[in-house]
Each structure stands twice: as structure tokens, then as C-alpha cells.
Design a protein. Structure first.
Length: 541
């Protein structure tokens, strides 16, 4: 891979111009963990970056259905180096459960970024999350999940329903101290074949229809007799993210254990989904940053019309777009993560603080996915013809970024969930208060613009009839996210300096006003220069 990538083998923590200033703004303990992040950045840019590419091209997981004696095992065969790396990466899941912060976990996830590797880790984290918080009787699973002795999974959706959890048909019936599940198909089951225990939604017999009738269960891979507890029908053939084994799972009298209270199962499910949506946003922005960094090297190595293409105004315009999208999306991301970190101990029926965190998760999941798809595509263009050749690293980054708008709910679902959070939980009220707090007393015109955009958009949604509100909700979701990006960039500027005040102005011009980037950006070298630690690094030959 070192001949197909400019940033393979480099420390991705030290290359990133924005991660440290943004974390410093949001994370009180940031200074104490810089050395850990730098060490992880070496791993993320070195062995992890190279191995992720190898897995994608040569050693994708395969399904082993039977052992030598003909016994059904339904296990994934992983490249030994893949399995070893996953074990090493389990460190990223520990911080929230050992007195640390979700900002710590998600900073690691951002540096790793690879959606396949991170998916295995984040769904294992979600499994530990639900058990740690709501099922002390199943607490013996938590340490194995955090240490890599066991892997988790979250199998919620079914083929006939997709994102409509209320359409799930898997049925649960109680049998003494455990339950039995029967269901046709969990059709998008990440970590199938490596999961030792999975969170599964099912409807207890007699429960009402719709999502509120669902309970959440832990389903071990093996039942009490040591026999296979469910069937992996097949692995999906994937054209995008290939490192995570993803299959179809069937339950036929599977032993299961209730998580918490059955009547609160939908709330636990949505909580774990909030974690995964933040993880999706982390992966999206991490991919966008890697593409941005690859492009920063490429524009110095590639020459056209007698000079390096970095010296052409249109290329600097493209680099400005990359820098602004990635900085804005990353600031929004950690703003949302901080809100979740403050609220994750809340329980149903929740506080306004938790409803705010959920509201922000819809904004950030959707907008970071859009930025990642656009940024990785633009980086491919800057590579010219090589950018569209699958043998080079940049093409894989774009291919994997295209997954992020789909995983964990499309933009339609994010928009509908946002409306529900407004209508049923009043989540927009603390959100609006937060925007007012971020922009209060600020003299920059973009601060006023962001505040007005939020006020106008929320008023339009609140006063529209339900059908009309749905019709405009996707555009509203984007406008609210963009206004928040401007507000948080201005906040980061207080400690991060002029770079972020200018980023806020550029973001507002492009995404709030719909204008081109102002011409002064052409001379703002910090937008298109290599990061300081990259100076003098030679391109691979």
C-alpha cells in the first residue's frame, strides 16, 4: 500500500490540523491523553491503515459453516493479522466504562476511521453499553466484550421492515428464567460469524404492535448446552465496506435473556442506535480527513501546465472546500459527542439534556455522511485519472464513505426521527437555547446568520402541518446542522485561533448563504498547506 498512498506509514494524529484544537475545546481531560492519541495515531496511520487495505483487497472474511465432523459452527474466517489487530484495538472501547469519556473513545474511532474495523468495535461497544447500563444480571459479559475475549453485535432490523422497527416479526416467549426467540431473518447482521453475543429486538407474546411492543434481548452464540443458538444463513456480498463480516441470521427456538424491562426495550434500542449514529459520523469524518490528507500530498506531487497543481487557483478552491467541510463536520461531531457524554447516564423517560443529545445525533449523522461523500469524491478528482483506479488508496476511501449515508438510517429516517424528537420530546428547545448561548455577544455576521437560520427553520417546522413538515424536513435537517457547524467553529476559535473564525466565515458563505468561497481564501495558506508535521516528508516512490 505504501506505493498507492501518500499517508500510509505516517502518524495520522500529528498530520491532522484540526483534531487537537477541537478536542481541546470540548474535552476537559484532553491534555492528559495527548501521548496516547499520538501513539494511536501511529497505529492508525501505519499498520491499521495498511492492513485495512489488504483486508479489503485480499483477505475479506468468509463464512465457515461446518467443522471437520460436519457440525454446524457458522463462524467467520478472518485473516490472522485482522484478528490480531482487532484484539489490539479493543482499547478504544474501555474509556466510558472506566471513568473516562466518550470523547476519548470517539477520538480513537476518528483516527482509525476504517468503517469495517470500527464497525466490529462499535457494535461490540453498544452490546457492552446496554448490558452495563440496564442488565446488571448479565454483567459478566461486559469485561469479555471490552477486552476482546468476546465480540458483540446489534441485530435490530428485519428484511420486511428495514428502518421500521415496528415491523419486526421476531417473537419472544418466556421459558422459566430465560426466553426463546423465533424469527425469519435479521437481514443486516454485522459481526455475524464473530459475535459471541448479540443484542436482538423481539416482540414478547401478547405485547402490542408497533415499536413500543419490542423488547431487547441478549442472544449468546451458544445455548446452555453448548450448541449453536442461531443460524447464519450467508454472508452478504459487499461492494463497499468489506472488512466487517455481515450476514443474515435466523432464530429458531434460540435461547435469549431479557435486557432490563421489556416495556422499555425500544428506548434501550434507540439509545444503542444513538451510539452507532455517532460512530457513523466519526467514521465519515475520519475517512474525509484521510482523503483530505492524501489530496494535500497529491497536489504537490502532481504537475500540470508547468507547475504543481497546488499553485492553481481552482485547486486551492477545491482544497478550501475539503478543509472547510472536514473542519466543520468534525467540530459538529465532537459538539454532539460532548452532549452525549453529558447525558448517557440518563434513563427513560430521560431529561432535556438527553433529548438534546439525541437531537444532535440526527443532525451530525446526516451531515457528516454528506460531507464525507463529497470530500472523498473531490479528493479523487484531485488525483486525476489515478483517483478512479481501484488499486490506489483514495478510491477505497470514497467507496467506503458512500456507505455512511446509508448505515444507521438514511437521511429520510434522520429527518423523521428529528421531527419525532421535536414533537414528542421538545428536543428543539434546549437545542435552540444552546445556539443562543454559542452566539450570544458575538459580533461576527456569521454568528447572527447561524442564529437566524436556526430560529427560522425551527419556526417553519413547528408551524407546518405534519405532511408539510415532513416534506421540508430533510432540507431543514441540513440547514440546522450547517448553522450549528458555524456556531461551533466560532466557539472553537476562542481557543483554537483565527483559523476557526475564518473557517466559520467560509462555511457560512458556502453552506448558509449558498455563495462561492470568497476570493481571500486563495491566499489563506493554512487552508491548503501541508500540516506542519508533514513538511519534508517525501512522497512514496
Amino acid at each position: 500500500m505504501r506505493f498507492q498512498s501518500y499517508i500510509c506509514g505516517l502518524n495520522h494524529w500529528r498530520l491532522d490540523p484540526d483534531l487537537a484544537p477541537i478536542l481541546r475545546h470540548y474535552w476537559d481531560d484532553f491534555e492528559a491523553h495527548q501521548a496516547e492519541l499520538a501513539a494511536f495515531g501511529r497505529l492508525a496511520g501505519g499498520r491499521a491503515y495498511e492492513l485495512a487495505d489488504t483486508i479489503d483487497r485480499q483477505t475479506t472474511p468468509t463464512l465457515v459453516m461446518h467443522d471437520l465432523d460436519g457440525k454446524r459452527v457458522d463462524r467467520a474466517r478472518l485473516d490472522p493479522a485482522h484478528a490480531e489487530l482487532l484484539q489490539e484495538l479493543t482499547v478504544i472501547n474501555r474509556p466510558p466504562y472506566q471513568g473516562g469519556s466518550w470523547l476519548h473513545h470517539f477520538a480513537y474511532g476518528y483516527l482509525l476511521a476504517d468503517p469495517g474495523l470500527y464497525c466490529t468495535l462499535i457494535v461490540t461497544n453498544q452490546t457492552a453499553y446496554a448490558l452495563y447500563k440496564y442488565a446488571p444480571d448479565l454483567g459478566e459479559w461486559v469485561e469479555p466484550l471490552l477486552s476482546g475475549q468476546a465480540w458483540g453485535a446489534t441485530w435490530m432490523t428485519e428484511t420486511q421492515g428495514g428502518s421500521d422497527l415496528g415491523a419486526n416479526q421476531t417473537v419472544a416467549r418466556q421459558q422459566g428464567d430465560h426466553w426463546r426467540l423465533d424469527g425469519d431473518l435479521k437481514y443486516f447482521a454485522s459481526n455475524a460469524g464473530i459475535a459471541d453475543a448479540a443484542l436482538v429486538t423481539a416482540r414478547p407474546e401478547g405485547a402490542p404492535p408497533g415499536p413500543k411492543g419490542l423488547a431487547l434481548f441478549l442472544v449468546p452464540r451458544l445455548n446452555r448446552e453448548g450448541e449453536l443458538n442461531y443460524t447464519v444463513r450467508r454472508f452478504k456480498a459487499k461492494s463497499a465496506t468489506r472488512a466487517v463480516p455481515t450476514g443474515e441470521v435466523e432464530f429458531d427456538d434460540a435461547q435469549a435473556y431479557l435486557v432490563g424491562r421489556a416495556e422499555e426495550g425500544i428506548y434501550y434500542t434507540l439509545e444503542t442506535l444513538t451510539v452507532s449514529r455517532l460512530g457513523n459520523a466519526v467514521g465519515a469524518m475520519g475517512l474525509a480527513r484521510k482523503a483530505h490528507l492524501e489530496a494535500l500530498f497529491r497536489v504537490r506531487a502532481r504537475r500540470a501546465f508547468g507547475k504543481a497543481i497546488v499553485d492553481h487557483p481552482l485547486v486551492r478552491h477545491d482544497l478550501t472546500d475539503l478543509a472547510v467541510r472536514v473542519a466543520g463536520g468534525t467540530a459538529l461531531l465532537f459538539h454532539a459527542v460532548q452532549a452525549f457524554d453529558r447525558a448517557w447516564h440518563d434513563r427513560p423517560p430521560y431529561t432535556a439534556q438527553y433529548h438534546l443529545a439525541r437531537f444532535l445525533s440526527h443532525l451530525v449523522k446526516n451531515r457528516t455522511a454528506e460531507h464525507a461523500a463529497a470530500a472523498t469524491l473531490l479528493a479523487m478528482e484531485l488525483f486525476g485519472g489515478l483517483g478512479f483506479m481501484d488499486e490506489y488508496a483514495i478510491a477505497r476511501l470514497h467507496r467506503e464513505a458512500l456507505v455512511t449515508p446509508i448505515w444507521e438510517g438514511t437521511s429520510n429516517i434522520q429527518a423523521l426521527d428529528m421531527l419525532e424528537a421535536m414533537a414528542k420530546k421538545g428536543a428543539h428547545e434546549p437545542f435552540l437555547e444552546g445556539i443562543h448561548a454559542l452566539t450570544a455577544g458575538r459580533r461576527e455576521p456569521e454568528a447572527k446568520l447561524a442564529r437566524q437560520m436556526v430560529e427560522k427553520t425551527l419556526a417553519e417546522l413547528s408551524t407546518s402541518e405534519p405532511v408539510a413538515a415532513q416534506w421540508i424536513s430533510k432540507d431543514a435537517l441540513r440547514r440546522l446542522a450547517d448553522a450549528t457547524c458555524v456556531a461551533v467553529l466560532l466557539a472553537v476559535a476562542e481557543s483554537g485561533g483565527e483559523r476557526y473564525a475564518k473557517m466559520a466565515a467560509l462555511y457560512a458563505a458556502r453552506f448558509l448563504e449558498g455563495q462561492s468561497y470568497p476570493a481571500w481564501a486563495h491566499t489563506f495558506e493554512a487552508l491548503w498547506a501541508l500540516p506542519e508535521d508533514a513538511e519534508g516528508v517525501e512522497a512514496p516512490t
